[in-house]
Design a protein around this ligand. Structure first.
Ligand code: FE
Ligand code: FE
Length: 172
């Protein structure tokens, strides 16, 4: 269907991130099952709760526009999730390496979400939809904070992966 107005484009993009959030929620739940480091488990558990709230916020946004919440298949998210799943499989025998890889995947996801929300916020501001701007900014802030927090754990997780690698090499 051709998109003709800013509002139509906005609703399309909204459906896109709405679908992405569902995909990322499922992916995080999956990672949570495989994660072993306390650092990553804590971050995942917090962001799983936040993601559930983000989905509710998006439903509020649809409502404010008198639209039914509808998922628009997000190929970008699907690609990130597929890569993440492949990586989970390939690191299944090495928990430290898996944790480090999971944190890397999380950072990528957050950096995919950030511009999606920034774009929607610009659109909502143009449409003078104050309540929508507020809801979307809540989501954006959580993504930014998560990106920062997870990125900050990467050196430590890398260190742990390297330590386990050298100890397993020594025992081999
Ligand atoms: Fe999100
Ligand atoms: Fe996120």
């Amino acid at each position: 269907m051709a998109i003709k107005t800013l509002e139509e484009l906005f609703v399309h993009e909204l459906g896109d991130i709405y679908d992405a959030e569902h995909q990322f929620l499922e992916a995080q739940q999956k990672m949570r099952k495989q994660a072993s480091s306390k650092t990553i488990i804590t971050m995942l558990e917090k962001h799983i709760v936040e993601t559930e709230q983000q989905i509710k916020n998006l439903e509020q946004v649809f409502k404010a526009l008198s639209e039914k919440p509808e998922r628009e298949k997000c190929q970008g998210a699907a690609g990130l999730v597929a890569e993440g799943n492949k990586m989970l499989k390939e690191t299944a025998d090495n928990p430290e390496l898996a944790d480090f890889a999971m944190a890397g995947a999380m950072v990528k996801v957050e950096h995919y979400e950030i511009p999606a929300y920034e774009g929607l916020i610009i659109g909502a501001e143009k449409m003078k939809q104050k309540e929508i701007v507020k809801l979307l900014k809540e989501n954006l802030k959580q993504e930014q904070q998560t990106a920062k927090k997870v990125a900050a754990t990467l050196p430590k997780l890398l260190e742990e992966a390297m330590t386990s690698e050298s100890s397993s090499a020594a025992s081999a």
